[in-house]
Design a protein around this ligand. Structure first.
Ligand code: PLP
Length: 424
């Protein structure tokens, strides 16, 4: 099909040209004396992405699932009790992984469309006077439902109960796109993958462990080999790995961290919020609903949109793909067929999203969903236009042809109409 594929699944995300070029290189000796020049600054700078000074970042070949496994097996033992809310496919799968490693999981089932139930968590840890619960597992951004949980509030709940459980956070679809603070929130192990906010292909599991988590490793009896933080901790300080790392992925990661830090993490988060708000404006204009039940749960990186009764969300996705070369995220597990998802994270801008919103409109109409053509595009475009940052100094503000004509006399041209500042 001519033209670009519009990739709007919530991971893998678009890989910027700059990162693709950085990865396109000859292989080199990962045991050479020059290799640490790449890796040591990379390990150091990755801490900024996790917003930590005390945590240690580990880069494993793998994906988010491998990161989950590394997080749990390095810090827990079979039979350990952990508390985990379940509110979507990814929280479900992490629980399954913990159970398969022999952990006893206290599952807190929550309606899909809501996030971590902080009050219930606080009640349970307060009642656990013997401190049997060794860990609390939170999926920060549930990619399956487009719901973001309040990790800082979970930390406050643990502190209020003076409970020592380790706080584990899945940041696979939040880290590098949504505000995440390892140190401020006293997160013990955070996990991400390379294929979302980091804008790389899948292939790396990036795990950050607090000093408390690394200390817990000494007692943790789960079997671990490939994902042993200990082996990594021995090799990494000198700039090496216990096995052959993926050279292109490491160069890509270096470039990704540079791209993110050059834009500035706060700006990255702000851009994601603004793009997400445009999608939500479109959803409202279509007369549809998000699966996320309330604005406090709305995700900046993915929107799960409910299709009307009698329509199969999978049909919207299929038509969008086959007819318009637009890839949307599917409804998973309990919400299969009931939603489709627009991923709005990574290397994206307004016009790319408007293209996706236009494709969604066409596909929805093709499958018989009654929406006004152009309604979503207009609402999102208007949001992006009115929330655009003021043009920087030295940039000539575009004027209408009439204004240009009026300015040819001795009078200076009228100043451009002020634009609304970026939303705080
Ligand atoms: N956690 C979340 C929130 C995810 O969105 C995903 C994948 O989309 C995973 C974990 C699993 O990661 P992976 O597919 O990279 O193993």
């Amino acid at each position: 099909m001519p033209g670009r594929n519009f990739l709007f699944v919530p991971g893998p995300t678009n890989v910027p040209e700059r990162i693709l070029r950085a990865m396109h290189r000859a292989m080199e000796d990962h045991r050479s004396s020059a290799f640490p020049e790449l890796t040591i600054p990379l390990f150091r700078d990755l801490k900024q992405i996790f917003r930590t000074t005390t945590g240690q970042v580990f880069v494993f070949p793998g994906t988010g699932t491998g990161g989950w496994e590394a997080a749990l097996t390095n810090t827990l033992s079979p039979g350990d009790r952990v508390l985990a809310p379940r509110f979507g496919q990814f929280s479900h799968l992490w629980i399954d992984l913990a159970q398969r490693h022999g952990m006893r999981v206290d599952i807190l089932d929550v309606d899909w469309g809501e996030g971590a139930p902080v009050e219930r968590i606080e009640e349970i840890v307060t009642q656990d006077a013997q401190h049997e619960i060794k860990g609390v597992l939170i999926v920060h951004n549930e990619t399956a439902t487009g719901v973001t949980s309040d990790v800082a509030a979970v930390r406050r709940a643990l502190d209020a109960a003076r409970h020592p459980a380790l706080l584990y956070v899945d940041g696979v679809s939040s880290i590098a796109s949504i505000d995440f603070r390892m140190d401020d929130w006293k997160v013990d192990v955070a996990v991400t993958g390379s294929q979302k906010g980091l804008m790389l292909p899948a292939g790396l599991a990036v795990v950050c462990a607090s000093p408390k988590a690394l200390a817990a490793r000494e007692q943790a009896r789960c079997t671990r080999v490939y994902y042993d933080l200990g082996d990594m901790a021995k090799a990494n300080p000198a700039g090496y790995f216990p096995y052959t790392p993926s050279i292109p992925m490491l160069y890509g990661l270096r470039e990704s961290v540079d791209v993110l830090l050059e834009e500035g993490l706060e700006n990255v988060f702000q851009r994601h919020l603004r793009l997400a708000d445009g999608v939500r404006a479109a959803v409202k204009a279509w007369g549809l609903k998000l699966l996320a039940r309330a604005p406090k749960w709305y995700s900046k990186t993915v929107s799960a949109i409910c299709v009307p009764e009698g329509v199969n969300g999978a049909d919207v996705i299929d038509v969008a793909f086959r007819r318009y070369n637009l890839a949307l995220g599917a409804g998973l597990n309990k919400v299969a067929g009931k939603v489709f998802r627009i991923g709005h994270l990574g290397d994206l801008n307004e016009l790319m999203l408007l293209g996706a919103i236009a494709g969604v409109e066409m596909a929805m109409r093709d499958v018989g969903i009654k929406i006004t053509p152009g309604a979503g595009v207009a609402a999102a475009a208007e949001h992006y236009r009115t929330s655009a940052a003021p043009l920087g100094p030295g940039v000539v503000a575009p004027q209408s042809p009439d204004a240009q004509q009026a300015s040819t006399g001795s009078k200076p041209p009228p100043p451009p109409a002020p634009r609304a500042a970026v939303r705080a």
